[in-house]
Design a protein around this ligand. Structure first.
Ligand code: THU
Length: 126
């Protein structure tokens, strides 16, 4: 499942709409329902309206009625980390017990594995 998730992120990265930054990002989340949901970054001429790949993948998952993600793979050219805003959004949908695995993969397929709680140790919550 890990390799399937990573390949899904690498694949959807090809659809990234990164007209301004040129930095294409693909994300694939594994829902607690066992399904994979994908998203890519979608930029806009009004720069601030650009949306990250991770948040688009999470939105696709929630739209299908799944509100827990057990893992996410993020594909970029350089294996970049998810931004702070995406960490917070991901934390909303992390398992109540247990970790959300995070796999960052670069253009050559090298994988850096961590967990969301390591990336965001003290999340905001109401
Ligand atoms: N981006 C993501 O898709 N995810 C992140 O976690 C960080 C940044 C996108 C936003 C923008 O389209 C491009 O990468 C450059 O910042």
């Amino acid at each position: 499942m890990k390799s399937e998730l990573i390949e899904a992120a690498r694949g959807v990265r090809g659809n990234a709409y990164a007209i301004h930054s040129g930095y294409s990002v693909g994300a694939a989340v594994l829902g607690s329902d066992g399904l994979i949901y994908v998203g890519c970054n979608v930029e806009n001429d009004s720069y601030g309206l650009s949306v990250c790949a991770e948040r688009n993948a999470v939105a696709a998952m929630v739209a299908q009625g799944c509100t827990t993600a057990v893992a996410i793979a993020i594909a970029t050219k350089d294996g970049g980390f998810p931004c702070g805003a995406c960490r917070q959004v991901l934390s909303q949908f992390q398992p109540l017990e247990g970790e959300m695995a995070v796999f960052m993969v670069d253009g050559e397929g090298n994988v850096n594995e961590t967990t969301l709680s390591k990336l965001l140790p003290s999340r905001f919550r109401l």
